[in-house]
Design a protein around this ligand. Sequence first.
Ligand SMILES: NC(=O)c1ccc[n+]([C@@H]2O[C@H](COP(=O)([O-])OP(=O)(O)OC[C@H]3O[C@@H](n4cnc5c(N)ncnc54)[C@H](OP(=O)(O)O)[C@@H]3O)[C@@H](O)[C@H]2O)c1
Length: 310
Amino acid sequence: MKLFLTGASGFVGSAFAKAASRRGHHVTGIVGAFVGTLPGVNENRSLDLTDDAALTSAILDTFPDAIVNCAAVAEPARCDADPARAQALNVALPATLARLAHHLSAKFIHLSSEQVFDGASATPYSLQSSPKPINLYGRQKLESERLVHAAAPEFAITLRAPLLAGNSLSGTRSLHERLFADWSAGKTPRAFSDEIRQPCTAANLADLMLELLERNDACGVYHWAGADALSRLEIARRVRAHFKLSETAAPIEAMTRAADPRAASKRQATLTLDLKPLAGKVKTPIETFDAQLDQLIIPPAFRAWYFTQA
Ligand SMILES: NC(=O)c1ccc[n+]([C@@H]2O[C@H](COP(=O)([O-])OP(=O)(O)OC[C@H]3O[C@@H](n4cnc5c(N)ncnc54)[C@H](OP(=O)(O)O)[C@@H]3O)[C@@H](O)[C@H]2O)c1
């Protein structure tokens, strides 16, 4: 398939490009500020995705079989810091891409987030659960879902994804890479014992995206995550144990939401997802957290620090 991939330099986009190339697809990868080589990308184009005319022209030039949207302002704090930019990338962009996909009869994969939910439910959110975002990022993701499926009802797939583990291209995006950044700078990261998440790796999400693209029966909104629901504190401790770091070299401050109500007001307590109907119907495995840990590498920027500690 000819694939038009936005966000090719991002955490998920770079994993998707590698997976797509392994399966013999041709990837036109769109980047913004990134300069460098992107494994798996056949043609690399630099483009401001908020420029509708340039985007439309690039897609019509490519005439792809599928458009895959991995571009976004993907962190809640960054959305709050620049809401207009976040609205352009998280809402207007996917709506435009969906319209173009509909126009070309191309498949369209969009990424949303578990953060469309409020985190107040102790049981996993299913596709029937009512979204109720509590931060701007979640509201933008929900709005994008509605616009995408209104514009391309027969061609669009949206995956609501969880907190992502794995090895990012930049070495700074994933949960273990952020811990390494803090530890190597002599900081003590805080981790909430009462915030529950269900991570999977970006590579696993990319495999699922490809699987859904390659089959013809998927359309609509789906949930995806890992097999284990863990507190952020447990996640951090298991990363530390996996890399055999001591509590002195890699300290973690255990926190509860009650100790920081201001932060807690914008963060969901429990985000777990019911993976029906994909669970049991796709070949992509639902990864345990142990299987995710086994894939993690020491982030290159922190190797020198690591080898003085381990
Ligand atoms: N990371 C997570 O834990 C997570 C969890 C759930 C869902 N998601 C969703 O998954 C998707 C991918 O997230 P991610 O973590 O991979 O994001 P990311 O690493 O922050 O990457 C964002 C991508 O968007 C591109 N981009 C941003 N503004 C652009 C512009 N104006 N023009 C062109 N490109 C632009 C960036 O390109 P340059 O760097 O080249 O500028 C980069 O490739 C998002 O929809 C996100 O909401 C992520």
